[in-house]
Design a protein around this ligand. Structure first.
Ligand SMILES: Cc1cc2nc3c(=O)[nH]c(=O)nc-3n(C[C@H](O)[C@H](O)[C@H](O)COP(=O)(O)O)c2cc1C
Length: 236
């Protein structure tokens, strides 16, 4: 096999870690791998909190209901779907395009797309704009082949969660490739953890917490079961 496949096939959700320190270099590598993941419109609608100080880690582990992987990990990464960063990201990409001497045509094209994106992705007060957009899109869809953009705030979080999850998977595979191990967790108190991190319910939703560390030498992975390939795949 080759290295990426080794990391993919070798990764397990590890329940107990040994206490090891993660160097700054490895931390950066892992986080850089996360943000290289593809994202819808390259919008990167997420942010990560890398929790490593003993006191904060203990507090976050408690909010992960004291789960063993959380309590024993060297670091906990809280992955957050972030709707609040969208316009700053578009602005950042535009500035980067200008600095990188993209043609005026490409820049105008991007500006146009960003503007349309802003309009499409705006649920408006009390979701009123979402209801209007839904009606317009349903009508247009009667005779035109088209995709449905995220309409409500809930749709937007679902949309952002897809890209966030891909970044999480990149993060876990990179950790594995760098000799670390992980456990993704959705067992946490989202309300208290959001409060702890100072997140806003309007813009942020915690997607998962990833425990990172070195698998305990005393821990044995249970056998790994997956549904048969033909139960998950349809070849057409
Ligand atoms: C979204 C998500 C949430 C999960 N939540 C937890 C969790 O809260 N606690 C835990 O111990 N494992 C959790 N897991 C790990 C799964 O139990 C594990 O991936 C699954 O049993 C398959 O095992 P494997 O990853 O070792 O192949 C979660 C995995 C995913 C993808």
């Amino acid at each position: 096999m080759n290295e990426p496949l080794d990391a993919i096939f070798g990764r397990r959700a590890v329940e107990v870690f040994d206490p090891v320190e993660i160097s700054e270099g490895v931390r950066e590598h892992i986080l850089n791998a996360a943000r290289r993941a593809p994202s819808s419109f390259n919008s990167q609608p997420y942010k990560f909190y890398w929790v490593q100080s003993a006191a904060r880690k203990a507090a976050v582990a408690k909010l992960c209901m004291g789960q063993k992987p959380a309590e024993t990990a060297s670091a906990l990464v809280v992955a957050v779907a972030d709707l609040g960063s969208l316009s700053a990201t578009a602005q950042g990409q535009l500035e980067w395009m200008r600095r990188s001497n993209f043609s005026e045509e490409k820049i105008r094209d991007y500006e146009q797309k960003a503007k349309i994106g802003r309009i499409l992705f705006m649920p408006g007060p009390f979701g009123m704009f979402a209801a209007f957009k839904r009606a317009v899109f349903r009508l247009l869809n009667l005779w035109k082949v088209m995709g449905m953009p995220p309409l409500s705030r809930q749709d937007l979080f679902k949309w952002a969660t897809k890209s966030t999850s891909l970044a999480c998977q990149n993060l876990m595979i990179a950790a594995e490739a760098l000799g670390m191990n992980t456990c993704p967790m959705e067992g946490f108190d989202g309300r208290r953890l959001s409060q702890f991190l100072g997140l806003s319910g309007r813009h942020h939703e915690i997607v998962m917490v990833i425990a990172i560390g070195k698998k305990s030498r005393a821990y044995n992975d249970p056998p790994q079961w997956r549904r048969p390939l033909d139960a998950t795949v349809t070849v057409l």
